[in-house]
Design a protein around this ligand. Structure first.
Ligand SMILES: Cc1ncc(COP(=O)(O)O)c(C=O)c1O
Length: 356
């Protein structure tokens, strides 16, 4: 039986992506070759890369606006260091908003390059909210934030207006909601939530901000080199890029980001309504900052843990235990998750209430 997969990433992808990926591994486009054995310089793969790059920009409304899309290796974590390498001037400074484990991971790397100002942090509240009302130093080379905090289940609803490049780690909510993406100068996202399997990172860069740091950048970490090579500076992660393209094509067919946002809002509303209604549960994140992608919640009485765990497992649910830094449960409802799966979880929560 196919599970209701609530994993935080790698995670659920559309079934047609699994089917088409499987077929391409066996016989890619009736070529008699597997996608895993074709050259990344072949016409077939170059056209996959080109389409993936332009479709990513199209879905975010960034085509023809001075942006380039890259599919890199190294994970979102490598961007924690590529960003300061490319943007922080020698002797300059960068401003970071600390909203969770990944945001603080990005801060840690930036500190290798120069002064790194944490403009605000919710660490003291175990990151259960997004700080507000902070000031970003006007002389920073860039401002960095994390749009969705996968572990803690919070999501930024507003982004500050600042007069400097804005960099955003959108690993866990890219392509899930409509934003004015032109407000960002660099957007990066590990593929393994809303875009594809693990192994590639989408990096969207506004070209005009590059080449100003005055640093000597190792080639493999230099966005300009990757742009010049059309995301083929070295052998790209061929299969993750192909599977990402299939997911982006699926999203376009569905109606794009605006269409999936409606579905995501409905899924999140359904689950949060039950968390708030059911006397056995409570949400972990501040209500106004709740994430539509990762809902974190706890049992009010830990004595019900074994019963609840047995019940959701029996219902075919997988991947909801919470991250160790929050405990409880985390239901990740990425783009590919159908609302029917959310209903199954809600039904189990109601059944627990009736049982205990
Ligand atoms: C928001 C966010 N940023 C960064 C990362 C790290 O990504 P990677 O494992 O691709 O380096 C994750 C991983 O889950 C994440 O959720």
């Amino acid at each position: 039986m196919k599970k209701h997969n609530y994993s935080a990433g790698p995670c659920i992808l559309p079934q047609e992506v699994f089917d088409k990926s499987a077929q391409a591994i066996l016989n890619f486009n009736e070529s008699g070759l597997s996608i895993l054995e074709i050259s990344h310089r072949s016409k077939d793969f170059v056209s996959i890369m080109d389409e993936a790059r332009s479709l990513a920009l199209e879905l975010l409304g960034l085509e023809g606006k001075g942006y380039q899309a890259l599919f890199l290796a190294g994970g979102a974590s490598l961007e924690f260091l590529m960003v300061p390498y490319n943007l922080m001037k020698e002797g300059g400074k960068a401003a970071y908003l600390d909203t969770g484990t990944w945001a603080s991971g990005a801060i840690k790397e930036a500190k290798f390059f120069g002064e790194t100002v944490t403009v605000a942090s919710s660490k003291d509240q175990n990151y259960n909210n997004i700080p507000k009302g902070y000031t970003v130093p006007a002389d920073a080379d860039y401002f960095h934030c994390t749009s969705n905090n996968t572990i803690f289940g919070t999501q930024m609803k507003d982004f500050p207006s600042v007069d400097m490049p804005v960099v955003c780690d959108m690993s866990s909510d890219i392509f899930s909601r409509v934003l004015d993406f032109t407000k960002f100068d660099i957007i990066y996202a590990g593929a393994q939530k809303n875009m594809g399997p693990a192994g590639t990172t989408l990096v969207i860069v506004k070209e005009e901000i590059l080449g100003k740091s005055g640093r000597t950048i190792p080639s493999i970490l230099d966005y300009e080199k990757h742009i010049k090579a059309e995301s083929m500076y070295n052998t790209p992660p061929v299969f993750p890029v192909y599977a990402s393209l299939l997911t982006l094509q699926w999203l376009k067919k569905l109606g794009g980001v605006a269409a999936v946002e409606k579905l995501n809002n409905a899924k999140a509303a359904l689950l949060y309504a039950e968390i708030d209604r059911n006397p056995l549960f409570k949400g972990a994140a501040a209500i106004e900052d709740r994430s539509n992608m990762n809902a974190t919640f706890l049992l009010n009485d830990a004595a019900h843990t074994d019963t609840f765990d047995t019940m959701w497992k029996a219902a075919g649910i997988s991947g909801i235990p919470g991250h160790r830094s929050v405990g409880g449960y985390r239901a990740s409802m990425y783009n590919a998750m159908p609302i029917e799966s959310v209903q199954v979880l809600v039904d189990v929560m109601k059944a627990l209430e009736n049982k205990v």
